[in-house]
Structures are given as C-alpha cells and as structure tokens.
Design a protein around this ligand. Structure first.
Ligand code: FMN
Length: 226
C-alpha cells in the first residue's frame, strides 16, 4: 500500500524546523560541500551547501546547486560568474559547519571560519586547503525557481567545471581505498535558523565509506542489473 508524503510540513512545525522537514522524510541523502566565492573586491565567502550534484560526460562536466537569493554566495556568483565547490571529508565536518556563520559583507569568511584559502587553478575564487577535492566552476546560468515570502527567492545555479583537483592521498589507490580516505559526507537532514544563521538541531549524516559494502556485493556477483 502506498501512502502520501506531504510536500509541506504540518502546521505545528514552524520556522525554522520546516527547512529540513521534507528531506528528513524522503531519506535521500545529499553530499556536503562548501561553496567558495569572492565579492567584487576579491574578499572570500564560504557557505556549506547540500542541495547540489556534479554531472556531465566526456565533452563537459557541470555542477548544479540550489541557493537562496538572500545569500552572499549567489550574489557574489552573479557579480563574478565564478565559484568553487570544496568537498570536505568526515574529519572536517565541524570545521565545515563554521562557515554557516553569516558574517557581514567585507569579512573574509574562510579565515573567520578558521580555514585556509589557497589559490585555484583556473578561477579567481580560492579553494579551501582543508577540503579534500575541489571543482572550479564558471557560471552558465541561474534561474529563480519560486518566491520565499516578499524578500527572498530560490535560485537554481548551473556552473561548468573548468578545473578539478584534490589531495593525493584521496586520489591515489584503488576505489575502496579512495572511498576509505575520502569519507565523503552525505547529509540526511539538517535545520538552519536562517534568521540567525545557526544550526538549530544536530545534523543527520553518513559517509561514503559504507558504500564499500556495495562494491563487495558487486564483486561477488550478487548485484544484478536488469
Ligand atoms: C549542512 C548545511 C547545508 C546547507 N545547504 C544549503 C543549501 O543547499 N542551499 C542553501 O541555500 N543554503 C544551505 N544552507 C544554509 C547556508 O549555508 C547558510 O544560510 C549560510 O549562512 C549562507 O551563507 P552566505 O550568505 O555567506 O552565502 C546549508 C547549511 C548547512 C549547515
């Protein structure tokens, strides 16, 4: 028997808990990454984000994500047409979370979060040294999806990946070794108080190294493709 999953939370679930409500019900984890950008004066900004994915083929690679128009991140991207996706491993989750702090414009959010900016290969936006892999992107387009009250909107952002890099220790070795070293973080649910830019409950997440169980199944021939 199928039951409906409501698209909106019940009345009693108010702000800010509704932010992660749907996702904590559909059980589709999303990868954790930090988006870095710079403003028109070159001052870096950093934002943790989970609603995005890389895709592409041998002709081009892309990264698509969803942001709110009120965030410095999308405002900087519209100005400079560049951004970098920095992927932390599980060991950097607490550090990565510090970038959720909403600093006033003009503050270097990478330094303020206790992280280290290093130059990128192809874009002016810096990478975060502590993260394990990096996708440097140029903006292709952005599109408003819907209004969020009077002052805000959802924005879908597409960038072409023009350079990619990572730490040698996660890029070397066999797939299971890479997975073990990388420990990519997948977030199931999280809530953020977007007024005060604080996490309001503990985040539920898992890491990619558990996928090695699937690799093993595949090797043993126990996974069948139709
Ligand atoms: C784990 C986590 C995931 C988040 N994912 C998103 C997201 O996918 N899209 C978004 O607009 N905000 C997301 N946020 C909220 C922003 O990171 C937060 O509002 C941030 O302060 C915005 O920073 P900025 O104004 O410097 O861009 C997330 C926050 C956390 C802690």
């Amino acid at each position: 028997m199928k039951v409906d999953i409501p698209l909106t939370p019940p009345e009693e679930i108010g702000f800010p808990d509704f932010v992660g409500w749907f996702h904590s019900n559909i059980l589709i984890p999303c990868p954790l990454y930090i988006i870095t950008t710079v403003d028109e004066h070159g001052i870096p900004n950093a934002q943790p984000n989970t609603w995005g994915l890389p895709f592409g083929d041998k002709f081009a690679q892309f990264f698509v994500f969803y942001d709110w128009a009120s965030h410095h991140t999308i405002q900087n991207i519209i100005t400079t047409k560049e951004f970098v996706i920095n992927i932390p491993s599980e060991d950097q989750v607490s550090q990565a979370m510090r970038t959720v702090e909403h600093y006033p414009r003009g503050v270097d959010e990478i330094a303020a979060s206790g992280l280290t900016a290093i130059p990128s290969i192809a874009v002016k936006v810096p990478r975060i040294e502590e993260c394990k892999t990096h996708f440097e992107c140029r903006l292709c387009w952005y599109k408003e999806t819907h209004r969020r009250g009077q002052d805000d909107a959802g924005v879908l952002v597409l960038g072409e990946i023009v350079a990619a890099s990572g730490d040698n220790d996660v890029l070397a070795g066999t797939s299971p070794e890479k997975i073990e070293n990388m420990k990519t973080v997948y977030v199931l649910s999280r809530n953020v108080d977007t007024l005060n830019m604080k996490i309001t409950n503990s985040m539920t997440y898992g890491t990619i190294d558990r996928l090695k169980d699937f690799l093993q199944l595949e090797k043993d021939g126990r996974v069948e493709y139709i």
